[in-house]
Design a protein around this ligand. Structure first.
Ligand code: HEC
Ligand code: HEC
Ligand code: HEC
Ligand code: HEC
Ligand code: HEC
Length: 367
């Protein structure tokens, strides 16, 4: 048994230099899917296409001390030299001229994930060695003149394929830095049903279908509007106070990445005048000795006010509402906590400093 296990590790525990068809090849026959994909963080996950990732990498000890771009395992997994990239001190660093590094999480990479190896620090994607042969979950399909199709529905439409990179990531202090789904709960709504809904338009231009799976991966950077249905905002009036209720219908915390801050803004319009109530912030702050630190130094959760998966959070406001008042509640977030901007040199970055509005709801007071 021990021998089998060692053998398994030897076969799979390395990041091998596979070759993947570039995503642009898929454009010819899957134009809608390709177009959606190019707008996403998956397509822009390398340090050369994501300024927030680049800013963190600039400060990271694996960069400044070890020259190991270990981030490649999830951020540029289709790199043709991934084995060398993730090794320490061999002089191989990310290269803006490498087209395979700029591919990010490419079409062919994702569609060649055969199974997920669960592990303590982070999970791992095991890639099928068969080039130009893609896993999918279509119930019916024609043959493709370009590639083979292997059906693996349970793995693809359940979201299992996502958790090689998204389930959890620990640092050297055994601290879970970021996690979407540690318990592998994939029933009911899952990553794919929420983040890859069915939309109008054909799967390919060789075989007309009414709909295809949306590949724009709505998240916190793009297509947020497609996710707003999973967060409900409600208002409850009390005698001298009122409550705003946030109902998170998603299975993971809101604004779950440790750099994010979610903000709730509430304002009241009474007789033409607008009163802004103090903003409320929500975040999971990680650090050490009670103070925030970068993820690689974190040993504990310093403060966690993030709205958890399937949680109903009640925010009370000490304010007496009157008939005719209009209450407007907005929920949104900063991709980078404003307190971290200076340390990361991101004060001038538009995407990092902008307040990204997620959902707004208005309530008329009729009592
Ligand atoms: C186990 C997989 C994994 C590894 C390894 C990994 N990341 Fe990530 N990273 C992710 C995922 C998944 C997201 C998206 C999470 C989200 O949006 O909540 C992400 C998002 C980020 C973001 C936010 C980007 C943005 O534009 O908002 C930063 C910054 C980041 N990672 C930095 C790094 C750095 C630096 C490294 C290497 C030292 C690294 N990551 C290694 C999986 C990984
Ligand atoms: C020459 C045309 C052509 C090219 C190029 C092409 N495909 Fe396809 N692909 C098809 C056709 C046709 C189908 C079947 C569609 C149908 O029956 O509706 C298909 C189906 C698929 C499926 C569906 C599998 C399933 O059962 O869910 C996947 C995944 C896929 N292609 C991935 C890719 C990727 C990734 C690329 C680029 C690396 C690519 N394709 C390039 C023609 C092409
Ligand atoms: C090879 C690793 C990998 C796999 C597999 C993967 N992701 Fe990601 N995902 C990432 C990384 C890395 C990021 C962040 C990239 C960045 O911002 O630099 C990300 C970002 C995202 C985001 C945030 C987008 C935004 O606008 O903020 C969503 C949503 C997402 N992934 C959903 C999924 C889903 C659903 C699946 C499965 C179908 C999946 N991912 C599979 C690595 C992966
Ligand atoms: C019931 C719907 C639902 C399910 C299931 C779901 N999500 Fe989400 N997800 C959301 C919503 C809503 C948001 C945007 C709200 C936010 O994070 O502020 C989001 C945001 C995200 C983000 C961006 C977070 C950030 O801080 O940048 C990532 C990454 C992500 N989801 C990945 C996943 C993965 C991976 C799974 C499966 C393990 C999953 N989601 C399951 C609804 C869902
Ligand atoms: C992060 C992983 C990921 C990436 C990147 C990705 N796909 Fe997919 N793709 C999926 C999943 C998961 C499904 C299955 C969805 C379902 O079953 O509902 C899918 C379904 C498909 C299908 C089947 C038809 C359909 O509409 O359901 C085709 C074709 C396809 N993808 C092509 C592509 C092409 C082309 C690209 C790049 C332009 C791409 N995919 C990028 C995960 C990915």
């Amino acid at each position: 048994m021990k021998q089998v296990l060692t053998l398994f590790l030897l076969t799979y525990a390395v990041y091998a230099n596979y070759s993947f068809e570039p995503s642009e090849t898929c454009k010819e026959c899957h134009p809608s899917i390709y177009k959606e994909f190019t707008s996403t963080q998956h397509a822009k996950a390398s340090i050369f296409d994501d300024e927030i990732h680049a800013a963190v990498w600039k400060k990271h000890p694996k960069n400044t001390k070890l020259e190991s771009y270990a981030c490649a395992k999830c951020h540029t997994p289709a790199a043709s030299n991934i084995e060398e990239l993730v090794k320490t001190n061999n002089g191989v660093v990310p290269d803006a001229n490498s087209s395979t590094q700029r591919e990010g999480i490419s079409c062919a990479y994702c569609h060649r994930i055969e199974f997920i190896k669960h592990d303590r620090m982070m999970n791992m994607n095991v890639i099928s060695k068969e080039e130009k042969s893609y896993f999918g979950s279509l119930k019916e399909h024609i043959e493709s003149p370009f590639h083979k199709i292997k059906t693996n529905s349970a793995h693809f439409n359940s979201g299992n394929v996502c958790i090689g990179c998204h389930s959890h990531k620990k640092n050297k202090y055994d601290m879970n830095v970021c996690s979407t789904n540690v318990k592998y709960e994939l029933e009911r709504d899952n990553c794919v049903s929420c983040h890859m809904p069915k939309v109008k338009g054909s799967v390919s231009n060789l075989h007309e279908t009414k709909e295809h799976t949306f590949h724009g991966f709505p998240g916190t950077h793009v297509h947020q509007d497609m996710l707003s249905q999973y967060v409900e905002l409600n208002l409850k009036e009390n005698t001298n106070t009122f409550d705003v209720i946030i109902e998170n219908k998603s299975t993971h915390a809101l604004s779950l990445h440790p750099m994010r801050v979610m903000q709730v803004r509430t304002r009241i319009t009474r007789e033409g005048k607008t009163i802004e109530l103090p903003n409320r912030n929500f975040a999971r702050v990680i650090g050490a000795n009670g103070k925030p630190t970068p993820p690689w130094l974190a040993k504990e959760v310093v403060k966690d006010t993030a709205v958890k998966g399937n949680e109903k959070r009640v925010l009370s406001y000490n304010y007496t509402l009157q008939k005719g008042d209009k209450v407007e509640v907005s929920i949104g977030y900063y991709l980078v906590n404003p307190k971290m901007l200076k340390g990361l040199g991101l004060e001038k970055s538009e995407v990092a400093t902008k307040f990204h509005l997620f959902k707004t709801k208005s309530f008329e007071i009729k009592k």
